[in-house]
Design a protein. Structure first.
Length: 221
């Protein structure tokens, strides 16, 4: 079990949160860097330093790019990708709000190809639900659940095609998880076929302002 951590808080506002991720480097699949719903309008030195510290610790840094369920033009997506690479030296990208239907798969493949051409070694798709089967071959990791803990416990059904892929291709992002139940959330993700997850206590419009309870480096996950 490894952690993909979206941390949507400025490093100057909560430096301890970013330092905790560096300390937990061996347990991390990666960290999503989101300066301003994307790379922002200009480089931010605080995010540059945070990205450098994570990468020096061996953590994969993924630049956040909103795809607006296929509504954003490809040129706008690629512009975000290029700025993430130029300003923050990211290793890959986290494509958010990705459409999940068969009809949108071709556009998704174009975005992934554009990301690869711009140096993205890792491409993560956040569809938030199980997409059409072809998406599993388009990227390195797919977020097939993003939602509140109560929803996660109440309703989850993985389609049969997911059994043809290793758990390491799937991720569950769960918020509103009481800290005492973070380990249970991790075990639940494993039982549901996801080898990557994140479970945070936050809720509201932006639940990703703090990292999940993190194991100490070299300790049990």
């Amino acid at each position: 079990m490894t952690l993909l951590v979206p941390l949507y808080v400025h490093p100057a506002a909560d430096p301890a949160a970013w330092q905790a991720l560096v300390a937990a480097a061996p347990q991390l699949y990666g960290v999503v860097l989101n300066a301003a719903d994307g790379p922002g309008a200009a480089p931010d030195p605080a995010f540059t330093a945070a990205s450098r510290a994570l990468r020096e610790a061996g953590v994969r840094v993924l630049g956040y790019v909103d795809t607006a369920y296929g509504e954003r033009p490809l040129a706008a997506v690629t512009d975000d990708l290029e700025r993430h690479r130029a300003w923050y030296g990211v290793d890959g990208c986290f494509l958010d709000q990705v459409a999940s239907g068969r009809r949108e798969l071709r556009h998704c493949r174009r975005m992934v190809r554009a990301a690869r051409e711009r140096g993205a070694g890792t491409v993560v798709l956040n569809t938030g639900v199980h997409p059409a089967p072809g998406y599993a071959r388009a990227a390195d990791l797919i977020v097939t659940f993003e939602g509140h803990w109560t929803t996660y416990l109440r309703s989850f059904d993985a389609p049969s095609w997911t059994a043809r892929h290793p758990p390491e291709q799937f991720c569950h992002l769960v918020y509103g998880v009481p800290p005492a139940l973070a380990r249970l959330a991790g075990r639940t993700a494993v039982q549901r076929g996801a080898g990557v997850h994140c479970a945070v206590p936050g809720a509201g419009p932006n639940p990703w302002t703090q990292p999940p309870p993190l194991p100490v480096s070299g300790g049990p996950s």
